[in-house]
Design a binder for this molecule. Structure first.
Ligand SMILES: [Zn+2]
Length: 295
């Protein structure tokens, strides 16, 4: 398998469909922010390619020189994802915390390993592979207790077996915020970003402006199970695909980019053909189908 966890974000650099309702509002055509699936995939690939033996660490750009020097020749014990946060635990007890933010990338380079290209904050490598981190929002060393403090603030992670689902459900029941805002709140569900938000509410038939406490138990159960299902697909494929292969008439890996989503950044609903509408909820645009997601 080719190690290319960022193929998903690259694919979102493409235009999705012929145009979108959001473009009329002057919104960006792309939304490359990594969501939980990309971080979990990255953790899995880092574990498979780097964990268990000493790694060489360097900061080609120089901005993480001290941290890289501390990590150099340490053994990576485990890379862990919590929502959109990545923690790499080393045998010294040091924890490398990485948050990619909007534009961060962690790309692999296979042997023969080329020189770093561009502003590489951190390179972790062994003889077979190098991982180059560029543009992260956070790249820092911390202690395990500091890691615990960050994790304690995060909500249920759909890709973790220890996800506290009842706690997430209780937050929905107690909130008068719009559902569209709450699903993006990382302290409620950790790992959903703007693409999955729109697609999940579409698949559950939930209007994004509905109050969270109006979501019924069965609606929440569906929302959670769909979140787990879709993020697992995304983690496996390295890209976000939410449409049903039977509905599209192609396997997920063979779908064209304009067939992979139902509502996000589209002009018309992939399922019913209605015009897609856009609202700004939780500080970001959300695309929804007024027919499939009635108020
Ligand atoms: Zn529709």
């Amino acid at each position: 398998m080719a190690i290319a966890p960022w193929s998903s974000t690259n694919s979102y650099s493409e235009k999705l469909g012929l145009g979108c309702a959001g473009c009329e509002l002057g919104l960006r055509q792309t939304d490359p922010m990594p969501e939980g699936h990309t971080i979990h995939r990255l953790a899995r690939l880092l574990n498979a390619s780097l964990a268990g033996s000493p790694v060489q660490a360097s900061s080609p750009q120089g901005r993480f020189a001290e941290g890289a020097e501390r990590l150099d020749e340490l053994t990576l014990l485990s890379a862990q994802a919590w929502g959109k946060y990545l923690f790499c635990e080393f045998d010294s007890g040091d924890v490398l915390h990485v948050h990619l933010g909007l534009i961060g990338k962690f790309r692999s380079r296979k042997a023969p390993i080329p020189d770093p290209v561009g502003q590489v904050r951190l390179r972790l490598q062994n003889e077979a592979i190098a991982w180059d981190l560029s543009g992260p929002t956070r790249c820092e060393l911390m202690s395990p207790s500091e890691q615990e403090q960050i994790v304690a603030r995060l909500g249920a992670d759909p890709l973790r077996s220890d996800a506290d689902v009842p706690a997430a459900q209780a937050k929905f029941a107690a909130s008068r915020q719009a559902v569209g805002a709450l699903v993006l709140d990382q302290s409620v569900i950790a790992g959903i970003g703007n693409v999955y938000r729109a697609e999940l509410l579409f698949l559950c038939g939930i209007h994004p402006a509905r109050q969270s406490n109006s979501v019924t138990e069965s609606e929440f159960a569906l929302l959670w199970s769909e979140t787990v299902r879709l993020l697992r697909i995304g983690e496996r494929m390295g890209r976000i695909v939410t449409t049903d292969p039977a509905e599209i008439g192609a396997t997920r890996s063979r779908m064209k980019s304009e067939d992979r989503l139902y509502a996000y950044h589209r002009k018309t609903c992939k399922r019913c053909g209605s015009n897609i509408e856009v609202l700004k909820i939780g500080g970001r645009p959300i695309w929804f189908c007024p027919s499939c997601q009635p108020a």
